[in-house]
Design a binder for this molecule. Structure first.
Ligand code: DUC
Ligand code: ZN
Ligand code: ZN
Ligand code: ZN
Length: 502
């Protein structure tokens, strides 16, 4: 039978259960049934996959990526194609990227822009958060449209990047109230942007211009203060809050305290693969490019025990999820900050290696079990961002996004072999137990025996029904469903009902 897969001898791990010797039947991209071999009838002509000795896990969900993002005039090299392909290679089958409107830009405009680029290039499922990078009544109005018509359920606000993305406390308060009223989730980038601006000025003045200045200008107390302030605003407004990229012990401790004081249904936290797999000592590497390649915000921390403590915070449910903040720049882009650390484009890789790093530092190190691994790499994000149980679970009716995980195999991470478009890997040389041997995306095998097979631009092999296409100046400007796309005035309308559009 076409489009059918049958996985046998599976150890199926969900966040709350483990089922041994199971079989899974996949049909037309969905999980049709799960059971014991004796219970399920095997249809004729299915492709049989033997998962003996392997874990069978829900595909990873990376709730934090920046593909093809303009950062102060330079664009991340992983676009939606390279980024999602790298994700799939590493066992992540869904990503959630950030729409970041420019100051003064319509949110809906920015949504269309992101959506169009992702539609054309992504090779796995994707969703979006939307940043609130400026504040006005029109922003507030558009937020409702994004929630009601575009499926957005989370909004990120910046407490740093003074002068270009940062909101003040008054604006944060109003935005949180709006988010609460819309039944959505607030997210913050928690760093005190005013203190960072002052520190940067002072460091540059004394001639400290190298990448180590990045961490010195935004130390962990600067992150902890903003984290505490965001939690306070969440409690004052009774708006649920998800703190993205928790990078320090101090910030995680603020979250722990706030969860106890304000409630576990009000405050959530995410840490990054980068924070679990590497640390702030890299900023002192004698090679400038090496140090600059590790520049992201908030920075990696030099404090001993940070990696281990953040993993323990995941184990004890102080933090609920792991992202990558994948935001990659090549050497020459990082060189924009050769003379001034504050001009180094912020961002690192991680979407491909997140699953392996979390397994290595978590499960292999004995700090979390495989069910917790599933929770912090997939299920919790699915629940928080409204796609559970379609995603984040191996369950009847769920999308067939599945990873066959060989926990005994190892792989050594390297820029020479990764699937990113970037020329550096912050985990270079790290050997991880836990390899995604086979990755199934919407019922299709995209990685087989560690090789990326079918992950090509969706356009090449997808069919979209009831679509509309907007053509401007000789190029396809957008593709979507009629309800999603605004029809401009004065276009020539072509009705393709009953026809194929090739
Ligand atoms: N941090 C980064 O390192 N890059 C993109 C944006 C952010 O907040
Ligand atoms: Zn951020
Ligand atoms: Zn180097
Ligand atoms: Zn980010």
């Amino acid at each position: 039978m076409a489009n059918s897969l049958y996985i046998k001898n599976a150890r199926v791990v969900n966040y709350d259960s483990t089922l041994d010797n199971a079989v899974i039947l996949i049909e037309n991209g969905k999980i049709k049934s799960i059971g014991k071999e004796s219970e399920l009838e095997v249809p004729q002509n299915v492709q049989v996959i033997d998962a003996a000795g392997r874990y069978v896990l829900p595909g990873g969900i990376d709730p934090h990526t920046h593909f093809e993002m303009d950062f102060d005039g330079t664009v991340t090299v992983d676009d939606f194609y390279h980024g999602t392909r790298a994700a799939v290679a590493g066992g992540t089958t869904t990503i959630i990227d950030f729409i970041i409107p420019k100051k003064g830009e319509s949110l809906l405009n920015a949504y269309d822009d992101w959506r169009r680029r992702a539609n054309v290039k992504a090779v796995c499922d994707f969703g979006f958060h939307c940043a609130i990078s400026w504040w006005s009544p029109s922003v507030s109005e558009e937020m409702a449209i994004l929630c009601k018509e575009k499926g957005i359920s989370s909004f990120k606000m910046y407490m740093a990047y003074k002068g270009f993305l940062m909101l003040n406390d008054f604006e944060l308060f109003e935005a949180f109230e709006r988010i609460r009223d819309l039944g959505a989730l607030a997210q913050v980038h928690a760093e005190n942007g005013d203190i960072i601006a002052k520190n940067t000025e002072k460091l540059l003045k004394i001639g400290l211009t190298g990448p180590e200045g990045h961490q010195l200008s935004r130390t962990e107390d600067v992150e902890a203060e903003a984290t505490n302030r965001a939690c306070t605003i969440a409690n004052q407004t009774k708006c649920p809050l998800y703190v993205v990229h928790v990078m320090s012990i101090s910030a995680a401790e603020e979250i722990s305290r706030a969860r106890k004081q304000f409630g576990e249904n009000l405050i959530y936290g995410e840490t990054l693969a980068a924070a679990l797999g590497t640390d702030g000592n890299e900023y002192h590497d004698k090679c400038w490019h090496h140090a600059a390649a590790h520049v992201l915000s908030p920075p990696l921390r030099p404090r001993q025990g940070t990696k281990e403590t953040l993993m323990e915070m995941l184990a004890s449910n102080v933090l609920q999820s792991t992202g990558s903040d994948n935001c990659t720049f090549n050497k020459e882009q990082k060189e924009l900050g050769l003379k001034d650390f504050s001009k180094i484009p912020n961002g690192v890789n991680g979407v491909e290696d997140r699953m392996s790093v979390v397994w290595e530092k978590g499960v292999h190190a004995g700090k979390i079990d495989p069910q917790k691994f599933v929770a912090v790499t997939s299920t919790n994000a699915a629940k928080l961002f409204n796609v559970y149980p379609r995603k984040g679970a191996i369950a009847v009716g769920s999308d067939a996004d599945i990873v066959i995980w060989n926990h005994e195999a190892t792989r050594t991470i390297s820029a020479k072999t990764h699937h990113h478009a970037c020329d550096f890997n912050i985990f270079e040389g790290m050997t991880c137990h836990g390899v995604p041997e086979m990755v199934i995306v919407n019922g299709k095998i995209c990685v087989d025996k560690n090789k990326v097979e079918n992950a090509r631009v969706v356009n090449y092999d997808s069919t979209l029904d009831n679509a509309v296409i907007l053509i401007e100046n000789g190029t396809i400007k957008s593709i979507g469903k009629e309800s999603e796309l605004e029809v401009p005035q004065n276009v020539q309308v072509i009705d393709a009902a009953g026809r194929y559009v090739l």
